[in-house]
Design a protein around this ligand. Structure first.
Ligand SMILES: C[S@@+](CC[C@H](N)C(=O)[O-])C[C@H]1O[C@@H](n2cnc3c(N)ncnc32)[C@H](O)[C@@H]1O
Length: 358
């Protein structure tokens, strides 16, 4: 069965197919899995065709799902199926999965793109009857079981469907790989969701408990109007918000926030802080230089920051920034852990979490 899965379907932010494809080709090669990507611009997905039998299955089991920055969701799939007959979609899909092992859940989804949006309703409607037909055929466990494979259907276009398998423990736990968050009442800007998502994505529940503790100190560079500062204050941090722009008045009344109307690139903290976060949109090379300086100077132990990607060569820009940061930490004799991701709430940017190791 594993060798029949010849490709990996990857979901990404629409418009970032090239980055998703290029990155996966490199990461796969590092795992000894070779192949080539196929994609249409703005489609929100990439097909990574593996050149050796078993490659697709190996890839989704050996590469940690959080590692690719530009991939939101994945599954190892059979070759692309043509249009599914409208009169019996369920029967046809059950037939297509005839050789699969029993799954512990079934997911039917479309990419997060303009075209994919039109297929979402169909995916939602199809899931319950498909689940019961698969159960009847012995292909789906009675109860949801995350130890068994996830049976996966990706409705890519009207005419193209792929069916495959994913390992629940090594795939995004959210539909389409998107962590949907509720906007918190009282937060001053939608940007607040970026820091919320970053913490939830990068930190396990235990890490959140030990690394986000009341009483910690933080600097928020490029803070106005205060969405990220709101998140920091919500954790009962004492926050210095650095921005020439105005901060939200209600947030300032909390008493937890000091506002410094200064340039974030030249601001020097009075004393080191636990966290530095930065949402300034600037050239990636300038931003990464600032982030590296904070760690070199010992001004913070933890950071979440954004890198705004240029219009062209976005994958190269990210890789270059990462290398610069890593080599500066090495030169300074600092050991850090870095995690990167294009989060759902990121648009033209990516987010990094950095932690100084003890
Ligand atoms: C995307 S907004 C930040 C939104 C904020 N994180 C929030 O959640 O409300 C970017 C901010 O960076 C600020 N900014 C731009 N260049 C800056 C600089 N050199 N120093 C400090 N702030 C800067 C802008 O004034 C703007 O308020």
């Amino acid at each position: 069965m594993q060798t029949a899965l010849t490709q990996v379907v990857l979901f990404c932010r629409a418009g970032f197919e090239r980055e998703c494809a290029g990155e996966m080709q490199e990461l796969a090669a590092n795992q000894g899995v070779y192949g080539y990507p196929q994609f249409e611009p703005a489609s929100g997905y990439v097909l990574f065709i593996c050149t050796e039998p078993g490659g697709a299955y190996k890839l989704i089991h050996s590469l940690p799902w959080q590692q690719p920055v530009f991939t939101r969701q994945w599954a190892a799939c059979l070759p692309t199926l043509g249009a599914v007959p409208k009169q019996d979609r369920v029967g046809w899909l059950v037939q297509a999965m005839a050789d699969f092992p029993q799954g512990g859940e079934v997911w039917v989804e479309a990419p997060d793109s303009e075209q994919g949006g039109q297929l979402q309703t169909l995916c939602r409607k199809l899931t319950p009857p498909l689940a019961s037909a698969l159960r009847k055929a012995g292909k789906l466990s009675e109860k949801r079981n995350l130890k068994q494979p996830r049976l996966y259907v990706a409705w890519l276009t009207e005419q193209q469907v792929v069916v495959g398998l994913a390992k629940p423990a090594n795939a995004a736990p959210w539909p389409q790989g998107i962590m949907r968050l509720k906007f918190p009442a009282g937060a001053p800007s939608r940007s607040t969701l970026k820091l919320d998502e970053a913490w939830r994505f990068f930190l396990s529940a235990e890490e959140q408990q030990s690394w986000l503790q009341p009483g910690m100190t933080a600097v928020d560079l490029g803070a106005a109007p205060g969405g990220w500062t709101w998140q920091l204050a919500h954790q009962h941090f004492r926050v210095t918000a650095v921005d020439n722009g105005p901060m939200d008045e209600a947030l300032m009344e909390s008493g937890l926030v000091k506002h410094r109307q200064e340039d974030g690139f030249t601001y020097v903290p009075e004393r080191p802080v636990d966290w530095m976060v930065c949402d300034i949109a600037d050239k990636p090379s300038r931003s990464i230089d600032l982030m590296a300086r904070w760690f070199e100077q010992g001004w913070c132990r933890f950071s979440v920051f954004n890198l705004k990607l240029p219009m062209q060569k976005r994958l190269a820009a990210y890789q270059q920034c990462r290398e610069v940061f890593e080599s500066r930490m090495q030169a300074a004799g600092l050991q850090v852990e870095m995690r990167w991701r294009q989060l759902y709430h990121d648009r033209e940017e990516i987010t990094a979490f950095v932690r100084l190791l003890d």
